[in-house]
Design a protein around this ligand. Structure first.
Ligand code: G
Ligand code: G
Ligand code: G
Ligand code: MN
Ligand code: NA
Length: 252
């Protein structure tokens, strides 16, 4: 199909770039890491929305080559980064890639490419597409975790199988979808579903990242409920590599 060819040509013609969204640790008051987010600008200057092209890539068998391309772009970008110790680099991985025989090799190669950073790579798994053969994927994730990588469940609460994921995969972080953060109405109120997710994460000893945090009320609420990591426009928007390097430099 033509989207498939467009993506392939886009890779060949270097139309993809990576934005990075800083994540804040509200306990230390410091930058804790950043999530890599792919961007696509066509030769005519228009941007293709990521939810559109990621879904198309997933549907048309292009998400694995596109993710490999992203890993190469990130490796190039981070050559000159000076990140604080323990910096967390979030990479979104699709179900199809997790199920591919070369997944572990792809991630190991990336880890070697960025080894100079001394960062921790966090693999973000979404529930957009169902993971079949959970036991095999679980073994791959265990292998990578034994080599120092972390695993996050992304967009938690929005997919088909969140609770199954919690039981099947070795996990470190739970990223709460912005829809639940958006439901916060006041600092002292209750947000029942959000509160239940936070309690669940605590029970499972998972660290929590709140996504889509846009204002002070949400930030204060999440602090009050001991959510350690904050990601959203309130702290920082996704930014290009140059802006990220400036952002990191300003932290010290
Ligand atoms: O960045 P927003 O940046 O608009 O991203 C929209 C959606 O696209 C999000 O659900 C995000 O997880 C997904 N996305 C962005 N970059 C990547 C990527 O490199 N790989 C995958 N699999 N998904 C991505
Ligand atoms: O991978 P994931 O679906 O978590 O990607 C994060 C998505 O959320 C990206 O599309 C990113 O641009 C978007 N995003 C990040 N911060 C905010 C925010 O504060 N508000 C909203 N509405 N979207 C955000
Ligand atoms: O001044 P400083 O470099 O700490 O702030 C960097 C960014 O982090 C700013 O955009 C600021 O809005 C956000 N920020 C830092 N700490 C806090 C905090 O404790 N609460 C809130 N609400 N925002 C913070
Ligand atoms: Mn993500
Ligand atoms: Na998410």
């Amino acid at each position: 199909s033509s989207f498939r060819d467009d993506i392939r040509r886009g890779i060949d013609r270097d139309e993809f770039t990576v934005n990075y969204q800083p994540v804040y640790n509200q306990v230390t008051g410091c930058l804790s890491g950043a999530e890599a987010l792919l961007r696509w600008q066509r030769p005519n200057g228009s941007w293709v929305r990521p939810d559109i092209f990621i879904t198309a890539a997933e549907d048309e068998g292009m998400i694995i080559p596109l993710t490999r391309h992203l890993l190469q772009l990130v490796a190039k970008d981070c050559v000159n980064w000076q990140v604080p110790p323990g910096f967390n680099l979030g990479i979104n991985v699709a179900a199809e890639h997790l199920q591919d025989k070369d997944f572990v090799a792809d991630i190991r190669q990336f880890a070697l490419d960025v080894a100079h950073l001394n960062a921790t790579i966090t693999l973000e798994l979404t529930e957009r597409s169902l993971i079949r053969d959970g036991a095999e994927v679980g073994r791959k994730l265990t292998t990578l975790r034994n080599e120092g990588m972390k695993v996050a469940i992304d967009d938690f609460g929005t997919g088909h199988c969140s609770l199954t994921y919690l039981q099947t995969f070795p996990l470190d972080y739970l990223k709460i979808d912005k829809g639940f953060v958006n439901a916060i109405e006041s600092v002292d109120g209750e947000t029942p579903v959000l509160d239940a997710i936070i309690m669940l994460a605590d029970k499972l000893a998972l660290k929590v990242v709140a996504e889509g945090v846009e204002n002070a009320v949400q930030m204060e609420y999440l602090k009050k409920h001991s959510v350690m990591y904050i990601q959203g426009y309130y702290y920082a928007k996704p930014m290009d590599n140059t802006a990220l390097m400036q952002w990191i430099a300003q932290q010290n």
